[in-house]
Every structure is written in structure tokens, then in C-alpha cells.
Design a protein around this ligand. Structure first.
Ligand SMILES: Cc1cc2nc3c(=O)[nH]c(=O)nc-3n(C[C@H](O)[C@H](O)[C@H](O)COP(=O)(O)O)c2cc1C
Length: 264
């Protein structure tokens, strides 16, 4: 099978999901059309043909994909279009996120042919999986992309593919909200980069050091875009949870890959 366009659809607040889905796409050869959904909520459908390929990527938030991505991901409509599913998590667990993303694409007439859960630095507790994806991860990410390229090459008939099986459970884990929110300290220069780039508009220009905890999804975008490193998770409750989290999740996890057999 020849691929016409590779559509890359992802949410990535702290850029690790973006890095990983781009690295996979690069192995596939073909024009890439990127849909960065981090600051965009799609309202109109994007129709793909059976000659296209969708690569869909999301970070894991409390064992699920971020709720605010669902309506945008649902705007992608396939027509027996092959799809590659990628969940990126911070070395705790990915629980039902990969299954949820696979179900979502299947419900929109895509044919998932491969899926993977990769590990990246935890965006709330950066001492967990620090600096990942590292070189070892990137080799595995590239190898996954190459395996997908071979598979797509071998597929003759998309209508008769078996169903891809991935790890995850029904009912999905209940959606959880993290009660920790970043704020700005005295280094804040009021440049308003965080105001402009917060995916949920939880920071206002009148007081950019504060965060609306009802709107904030704790994604960490404001921390990574801040040019003066003023924004972070601060306070005793965060430090206490952080120590426990680091202790419980410091053992290195490795990527998991699910791919249809190449003999189709
Ligand atoms: C609100 C929130 C919840 C998270 N929940 C999990 C989780 O359940 N399991 C896990 O291993 N990592 C979890 N993480 C870590 C992210 O999945 C991880 O840092 C990911 O690389 C972030 O992707 P991004 O850089 O594309 O934003 C969570 C992060 C956030 C912000």
C-alpha cells in the first residue's frame, strides 16, 4: 500500500508527545500534515481517505487521554484509513489510555495497525523519567516507525485486517483531576507567554502569577514556556506528594509495542 499523506494529530503540553510522534512519522516517508491540538479545539471534520495514514498521539493523564482532546480527535474521520496510536506516559502507568485512543479511532472508521506506549519525563514530577525519551528510547521509537513502514508496505487489503489488541480495561479508569497547580514567583516578568499558550485559558493577563484552579489541568505548558522560569509547582503539599511519587515510580519502565502481524 502507498501512503498519500501522513496526518499527525496530537496534544502535547510539554512537547514530549510531539517529539515522539514526529520521530515515528519521520520513519514512514511521505508528506506530513501536522495537527497540533494543544492550543486548538477543532470544530470541523477532517476527512481522510484509505490512501492516507493517521498517527495519533496523546499524553496519559491519570490513566486516560486528556478529556479536552476527545472532541478534537473525534473530528478526524477515516474511511478504512490505517492508524498508528501512541500514548506517552511519565513512568507510572498508562492504564486505559492506549485502549481509549484505539477505540476512539476505530469509532471514526480508522483501522489501527499498530500502537505503542512510550515513556517521557513526567510533566508534574520531573525527577521521574528525567530527560526521557533518551537515546535508548529514541532507538526504540525509530524501530517502531520502521516496523510500521514495513507493515504498511505489506498490506494489500485494508478491509480484511484483524483487530489490533492493546493493553487496557473496560470500564476505563474514572477521569481524575490533579489537585496541584503551577503558579508564578517573583521572577515573573509579566511577558504573558503563559497567558497566550495555556490550553485552558487558566491564567489571566491581569495577574499572570496566579492560576484559576477550576480551569487548570496541571499540564505544565506554562512552566516550559516561561522564559524566566518563574512558573512551577510550589508549596508543601506538592513537595510532600512529589517525594512519595518519586519513591513509588523511580524504577525504569520500557516502551510497549502492539503491531499487527506483517504476514497479512
Ligand atoms: C494531569 C497529568 C496527569 C498525568 N497522569 C499520568 C499517569 O497517569 N501516568 C503516568 O505515567 N504519567 C502521567 N502524567 C505524565 C505525562 O503523561 C507525561 O509527562 C507526558 O510525557 C506528558 O506529555 P507532553 O510532554 O506531551 O505534555 C501525567 C501528567 C499530567 C500533567
Amino acid at each position: 500500500m502507498r501512503t498519500q499523506n501522513i496526518h499527525l494529530a496530537y496534544f502535547s503540553a510539554t512537547y514530549t508527545t510531539q517529539k515522539i510522534v514526529r520521530a515515528v512519522a519521520q520513519q514512514l516517508g511521505g508528506p506530513i500534515i501536522e495537527h497540533d491540538l494543544t492550543n486548538t479545539q477543532l470544530t470541523e471534520d477532517i476527512l481522510l481517505t484509505d490512501k492516507d495514514l493517521l498517527i495519533v498521539g496523546a499524553p496519559v493523564y491519570a490513566g486516560r487521554i486528556p478529556s479536552l482532546t476527545i472532541s478534537s480527535f473525534n473530528c478526524f474521520k477515516g474511511n478504512n484509513t490505517p492508524a498508528i496510536i501512541i500514548a506517552v506516559y511519565g513512568n507510572r502507568e498508562y492504564d486505559d489510555a492506549l485502549l481509549e485512543l484505539k477505540d476512539l479511532t476505530e469509532n471514526n472508521c480508522f483501522k489501527p495497525i499498530a500502537a505503542a506506549a512510550f515513556i517521557a519525563q513526567h510533566s508534574i514530577f520531573p525527577q521521574v523519567a528525567t530527560q526521557r525519551p533518551d537515546e535508548n528510547d529514541l532507538n526504540k521509537i525509530e524501530a517502531f516507525g520502521q516496523a510500521c513502514a514495513h507493515l504498511i508496505n505489506d498490506i494489500q487489503d485494508l478491509t480484511n485486517l484483524p483487530k489490533l489488541q492493546v493493553k487496557g480495561n473496560y470500564p476505563y479508569k474514572e477521569v481524575g483531576k490533579v489537585p496541584l497547580h503551577p503558579s508564578g514567583n517573583d521572577s515573573c516578568s509579566q511577558c504573558l507567554t503563559c497567558v497566550d499558550t495555556c490550553p485552558t485559558h487558566a491564567i489571566t493577563k491581569n495577574n499572570p502569577r496566579e492560576t484559576d484552579s477550576d480551569k487548570c489541568i496541571s499540564c505544565g505548558r506554562c512552566i516550559v514556556v516561561c522564559p524566566t522560569q518563574a512558573r512551577n509547582f510550589y508549596g508543601v503539599p506538592y513537595e510532600t506528594v512529589s517525594q512519595k511519587f518519586i519513591q513509588a515510580n523511580s524504577q525504569r519502565k520500557e516502551p510497549e509495542i502492539f503491531i499487527l502481524s506483517a504476514t497479512l
